[in-house]
Design a protein around this ligand. Structure first.
Ligand SMILES: Nc1ncnc2c1ncn2[C@@H]1O[C@H](COP(=O)(O)OP(=O)(O)OP(=O)(O)O)[C@@H](O)[C@H]1O
Length: 540
């Protein structure tokens, strides 16, 4: 997996350094304790050096802990801002008209959830936790190195061997339990699929009189799932117990045994032996982060993979070059354009089309003939396989297209929020103006909260016609010279159809409009009708 670029490297290194500082401080403090014991035992008096050593050690450890907390917090904040900004840019790159279900790309709604929860998880892992994790895992090596240099090389060498052997033993135990985790996941997936199918086919099951049977099957499957869960939990508890016992037992036991042996042989004093036993407690530091590792790192890495996948999806669609500016003679000009989807056959072949400024052209043709494909190509969503597309403003500069897809996509939020996706700076006056142009102002005024009325999951359910007019208003707010409408009146009530057609009539002359449609009323309102048939465009 390639890694997500996160601007938290400095903070991670600072957290690592602070973790080491804490370990070094605690080593000093314990050595001070050892010295104090030696003084009391052998001299019966205490001079200033032992307490000074302890004090200095505690000060270093406190500085390390505070510094690590600060660095982790700052790293997490920096990472979260950066990841969230990249996802926001990716959402904006899809545009207000972006098809949330564009081929191969992630659903825009899931991008929004990635930008909130996903970004926080990635940040907690890469910005906040990574430095602490590396510090904890490497603490035993730092401690062993300090002891080797400053106290007793033999104790350090013996403990180094144990420090290296323990993770290997624990890893072996965990591998033994991997099979039970896999079995649990398979069982889980089977139950989820069964539930989903039962809910989707509920009506059919009832009609067939099979609902009772299916519910008994679900109950049996749920019981199997419960048992698998309990087995997994029991297994996990055992792994945790073994891990704890092996880590604590081996490290503290070995640390104590070697220290006592060295003291018995006269190599180190009693105080130093006690200090080494205390220091061996520091060697168990990695175990303190294992639990957090599974939660923060696993969920963070999973979120990171999703973010990378989502951003890669945007990269592909952003690779479509924007249509070139023309000479100003026509608003839209297609020359010998050939286009298709993926590796499929060409849907459009050698299309030549000129649309004048302010003209409204209806694209007609049988279903599947390529009307939507043509609009995607003009919108810059789909790169043509051959040919040229030019969009120009009346003054000769480049013109911006905006596409309103067949299914109006509304985000959970307010009416104003949905409109402002097209122009975040638009004031209320402009919002009302585009709503009036789309013949939706009166209905929004009547909604509780007006522009602040909530739509989507926790709010009002707009009718298909209202949603389509809101999408049209949003496109008008984008202030694009070329308006591309994909079947704006299909699947909506006749009143909404009439209102949309009237809106488009009023827009004629001010915007260049290409509208793919089967509606006779809409076709009747156009300046010109172009039929797409056999992959070619023919005037009708
Ligand atoms: N994302 C896609 N991937 C692969 N093939 C596609 C994709 N979108 C459209 N097609 C294919 O391209 C052809 C033209 O489809 P298109 O949607 O452009 O037709 P249309 O004229 O707009 O149809 P309708 O009137 O039903 O909306 C069809 O054969 C369709 O199956």
């Amino acid at each position: 997996m390639t890694r997500l670029e996160v601007p938290a490297r400095g903070h991670v290194l600072a957290a690592l350094a602070c973790g080491w500082l804490t370990a070094a401080g605690l080593c000093l403090c314990y050595l001070g304790v050892g010295r104090l014991i030696d003084q009391v035992v052998s001299e019966g008096a205490i001079d200033w050096r032992a307490p000074a050593l302890m004090g200095a050690g505690i000060a270093l450890a406190v500085a390390g802990v505070l510094g690590q907390g600060g660095a982790s917090g700052k790293g997490e904040a920096a990472a979260e801002i950066s990841v969230r900004a990249r996802i926001h840019r990716s959402i904006l790159a899809r545009g207000p008209h972006g098809d949330p279900h564009a081929a191969g790309g992630p659903v825009t709604g899931s991008l929004a959830s990635l930008a909130t929860d996903g970004a926080a998880r990635v940040a907690a892992w890469r910005g906040g936790f990574l430095g602490r994790l590396i510090a904890s895992v490497t603490t035993p090596l730092v401690v062993v190195a300090i002891v080797a240099v400053a106290v007793d090389a033999a104790w350090a060498a013996a403990l180094l061997a144990v420090v290296v052997a323990v993770p290997v033993v624990v890893g072996g135990f965990q591998r033994l339990f991997r099979a039970s985790t896999a079995a649990y996941q398979t069982q889980s997936r089977r139950l989820a699929a069964l539930f989903l199918e039962s809910v989707q086919g509920l009506r059919l099951l009832a009609l067939l009189g099979a609902a009772e049977r299916q519910s008994r099957l679900l109950a049996a499957e749920s019981e199997r799932q419960r048992r698998a869960t309990m087995r997994l939990l029991a297994g996990n508890q055992l792994v945790l117990l073994i891990t704890d016992v092996v880590f604590y037992g081996a490290l503290i036991g070995a640390g104590t045994a070697v220290a006592l042996a060295r003291n018995a042989s006269g190599a180190i004093s009693l105080g130093t032996a006690v200090a080494l036993v205390l220091i061996s407690l520091l060697l168990t530091e990695p175990i303190s982060v294992v639990g957090q590792f599974f939660y923060i790192a696993m969920t963070g890495r999973a979120a990171e993979r999703q973010v990378l996948h989502a951003l890669a999806g945007t990269g592909r669609s952003a690779a479509v070059p924007p249509p070139a500016a023309g000479d100003g003679g026509a608003a839209v000009e297609l020359v010998a354009v050939t286009a298709g989807h993926g590796d499929g056959p060409a849907v459009l072949e050698g299309i030549d089309l000129r649309v004048a400024h302010g003209e409204m052209v209806a694209l007609v043709g049988p279903s599947g003939s390529g009307k939507s494909t043509l609009l995607s190509v003009v919108a810059g969503e789909l790169a043509p396989r051959a040919g040229t597309i030019r969009l120009s403003a009346p003054d000769g500069g480049p013109a911006r297209p905006v596409l309103v897809p067949q299914r109006a996509w509304l985000f959970t939020g307010t009416i104003a929020g949905n409109l402002r996706l097209a122009d975040p700076a638009a004031d209320e006056q402009r919002l009302w103006s585009v709503l009036r142009q789309a013949h939706l102002a009166a209905e929004v005024q009547a909604m509780p909260g007006g522009l602040g009325a909530r739509v989507g999951e926790e709010g009002l359910t707009l009718s298909g016609g209202q949603a389509q007019r809101l999408a049209l208003a949003r496109a008008l707010l984008a202030d694009a010279g070329v308006l591309l409408l994909d079947e704006p009146t299909s699947h909506i009530d006749t009143r909404s159809e009439r209102l949309i057609i009237d809106s488009l009539r009023r827009l004629r002359g001010t915007r260049t409009i290409l509208v793919a449609t089967h509606s006779a009323a809409l076709i009747g309102g156009a300046d010109r009708v172009i039929e797409i048939a056999d992959a070619r465009a023919v005037a009708r």
